[in-house]
Write a protein that binds this ligand. Structure first.
Ligand code: ZN
Length: 232
């Protein structure tokens, strides 16, 4: 368990640095991981994710209390605390403010599957229309209710995204794929004169065949690549 915990701390710190290095967020945004078998999770302190280090991660409980580590947690810690409380299947969470996803929420366009890496999101993206930061337990619970069942992501209007997956590596790769998908969708919409009916959106059956795009092999390959961006 000692080595596993050390690896988990390294993964959470690296996921945060990837978040910034890959352009999903700048001074804001955060990635976390559940500490297995406990009602706690690892979260960075209230700084840009660029500065996250394994040794300075906080341990926070589902009531939002810091139980280990020094420093203040990110103010949107409630996203993580209440999602872990509500969804035992979730091991990793990423919250970021990527531009293309924010644009989609503000033109009333749902996420559509328009390329291969968007496949796993079919029918699994919640919409959270309430604006503003998630800085209370109540708002965290509201987001968790929106992101229930088999959802793996939420698009938050005028704000950003939250991805919630089995582990933090998958959650960060999901966040990157979702922003890539939204970027392409916006470009396609612009090329089609804003007419969404001209997009050749993947059918549910087509999208379903692409579930492996967030499977272990693809996630590991993407993680390796993005990790190299964050460490150079
Ligand atoms: Zn936010």
């Amino acid at each position: 368990m000692g080595q596993d915990l050390s690896q988990l701390r390294d993964d959470v710190a690296l996921a945060n640095r990837i978040l910034e290095a890959a352009g999903l967020s700048n001074a804001f945004g955060h990635a976390s991981a559940r500490l297995p078998g406990t009602a706690t999770f690892l979260l960075p302190t209230r700084r840009s994710p660029r500065f996250a280090q394994a040794s300075s991660l906080l341990v926070v409980d589902f009531d939002g209390k810091v139980v280990a580590g020094d420093g203040a947690p990110n103010s949107e810690l409630w996203i993580h605390a209440r999602l872990y409380a509500a969804r035992p299947d979730i091991g990793g969470i990423v919250h970021a403010h990527p531009e293309a996803c924010v644009c989609l929420t503000q033109i009333g366009e749902p996420h559509r599957v328009v390329h291969n890496q968007g496949g796993p999101f079919h029918g699994r993206v919640a919409v959270f229309d309430k604006i503003g930061l998630i800085r209370s337990r109540t708002l965290g619970d509201e987001l968790a209710s929106a992101l229930d069942g088999g959802n793996i992501a939420a698009m938050m209007r005028g704000h950003g995204i939250t991805t919630a997956c089995a582990d933090v590596r998958t959650a960060i790769v999901a966040a990157l794929f979702l922003e890539e998908s939204a970027t392409l969708q916006l470009r396609m919409l612009a090329a089609a004169g804003g007419d969404a009916s001209r997009l050749r959106e993947f059918t549910p059956d087509e999208a379903k065949r692409l579930d492996d795009q967030l499977g272990p092999a693809i996630v590991e390959r993407a993680w390796d690549y993005y990790a190299s961006l964050a460490s150079s």
